[in-house]
Structures are given as C-alpha cells and as structure tokens.
Design a protein around this ligand. Structure first.
Ligand SMILES: NC(=O)c1ccc[n+]([C@@H]2O[C@H](COP(=O)([O-])OP(=O)(O)OC[C@H]3O[C@@H](n4cnc5c(N)ncnc54)[C@H](OP(=O)(O)O)[C@@H]3O)[C@@H](O)[C@H]2O)c1
Length: 250
C-alpha cells in the first residue's frame, strides 16, 4: 500500500489557479486537489468557480484525497487591485503559497492584424501577459516568504510559432515565454521554480476546432497531467519548459 505522502504528495500545500471555472484551469484544479493540495480558485465568474469547487468536494470524498478542498475567490487578473486583494487573502488566510498556475487567458478577435482594434489588442495583452505579471508581482513574495514554491505559466505553441490571423494572441504568448524564462532566472535563488507549458490546440470552449477530430486533440486533462509532473519533481530538479502536441494530427 502506498503511504499517504506518496499518494497525496501535495498534502498541506496551497495552490492558486487562475481561470479555474472551466477548461484547462478547471482540470488543473481537480488534478492538484486529487494530489492533496488546497486550491484557491480564481476567475471572474463566481458561478463557474462554485461549480469547480463542488466538483472538488465530490472528488475529495470519492478519492479520500487529503486535500482540505478549495476556496473560491473572484479575481480579474487584468486589475492590479483585484490581484493584490487575492494576495492579501492568501497571506492572511494561509500564510503560505506553494503553487501558482497562471492559466487565465483569452484568444481575442480572429482576423488580420490590420483589422484588429487597439481595444482588442489591449484586452489580449492585459489578460495573457500583464495579468501574469500582476499575479507574479503580488503572489511570488508570499511564496518567497514561506521558503519557495512553483509558478507555472500556461502559454501555447502559438508562443513558439507564427499564427496568422491571431497575431495579438501569438505575440502575447511569445511575450509570456520571454517573461517566464527571465523571471525564472531571477527567482531560482529564492527557491521558486518558474515553468512554462506550451500546448498545441486543446479541446475546450476556447476556440472553434472546425474540421478537427476532437478525440485526437489534446485534452484539458493532458495539460493538468503536465502540471502535476512539474509540481511533483524532486526539489533539486527544475523542468523549465514543456511543449505539448497531440500524438496524431487531429
Ligand atoms: N484551448 C486551447 O486550444 C489552448 C491551447 C494552448 C494554450 N491555451 C491556453 O490555456 C489557457 C486556458 O485556456 P482554456 O482553453 O481553458 O480557455 P477557456 O475555456 O476559455 O477558459 C479561460 C479561463 O480564463 C478565465 N479568464 C479569462 N479572462 C480572465 C480575467 N481577466 N481574469 C481572470 N480569469 C480570466 C476564464 O474565466 P472567467 O471568464 O470567468 O473570468 C476561464 O476560466 C489560456 O491561457 C490559453 O491561452 C489554450
């Protein structure tokens, strides 16, 4: 019989997941709670977060996970005040933060760059890049104070390749990769590992998948599995980047 510490390696750990109400963020939240962590679920829609929280309660009951469940916190990552309030809540309520998953993101308007409105450009960058900066700025100090932790940024293969008609999205994810590699070097001495995951298309509500076989596509649970791998590494090991593709082209 495996011991509780090997079955629930994240027991007593606190994890923040942004965009936890649906899609990849929801799947990551369920996976981390299955491994024993308490999850702080963040997003703008309270109703969606409450649904994830209810699924976590059910999962913990079914699996006997040592997770103490979840806490729902409405938070808009584009708003520094909102992110700072989240950090304060975590510092006061838990006095520690072990895992931060910066997952919240939007695709923005599809179409040629020359037709893209500046408002749409701002919305994409404020969510996908500035939002991550705000979360790291506000939450990494809580981690450092408690001795270290793991930050995982959900980027995309769109941050490695050109993506015509989704230029702002692609540029925001190239930026996110640069931010991730750079801040990783800054935080390594403080015992904080910053990793970035770049999945190809994942079957969620995020974007239409016309003509693709949804079963062959990457699933949200595949990204959650990659997150689980990162946060269960031995302390001396640092996997800085994961690129994910479907085994067969969908
Ligand atoms: N699906 C794909 O094909 C794919 C591929 C590669 C990478 N990714 C990346 O994976 C991440 C998750 O994508 P997904 O497919 O799960 O998308 P999704 O189903 O559309 O979910 C996006 C999540 O982000 C949250 N969110 C959006 N803006 C926010 C804000 N300002 N503040 C807080 N939360 C916000 C949404 O919640 P609220 O609207 O309630 O706030 C929602 O929970 C994104 O960063 C995306 O770029 C996706």
């Amino acid at each position: 019989m495996p011991s509780d510490s090997s079955k629930f390696p994240l027991q007593d750990q606190i994890a923040v997941v942004t965009g936890a109400g649906r899609g990849i963020g929801k799947s990551i939240s369920l996976k981390l709670s299955e491994l024993g962590a308490h999850i702080v679920l963040c997003g703008r829609s309270r109703e969606a977060l409450d649904e994830t929280a209810a699924e976590i309660t059910k999962l913990v009951g079914e699996t006997g996970s040592k997770s103490s469940g979840s806490t729902v916190t409405e938070c808009d990552v584009t708003n520094l005040g909102s992110v700072e309030a989240l950090a304060k809540k975590i510092e006061t309520g838990f006095q520690r933060l072990d895992i931060l998953v910066n997952n919240a993101g939007i695709a923005g308007e599809a179409g040629p760059l020359l037709k893209l409105s500046p408002e749409s450009w701002n919305e994409v960058f404020n969510t996908n890049l500035r939002g991550v900066y705000y979360c790291i700025r506000s939450l990494a100090p809580v981690m450092i104070k408690a001795g270290g932790g793991h930050i995982i940024n959900i980027s995309s293969l769109a941050g490695k390749n050109p993506v015509p008609n989704l230029s702002a999205y692609s540029a925001s994810k190239w930026g996110l990769n640069g931010l991730s590699y750079s801040v990783a070097e800054e935080l390594r001495p403080q015992n904080v590992r910053v990793s970035v995951i770049c999945p190809g298309s994942v079957y969620t509500d995020f974007s239409p998948h016309a003509g693709k076989s949804t079963e062959k596509m990457l699933q949200a649970s595949d990204v959650a599995h990659a997150v689980a791998m990162l946060v269960t590494q031995a302390p001396q090991s640092f996997m800085s980047e994961i690129l994910m593709r479907p085994t067969q082209k969908p």
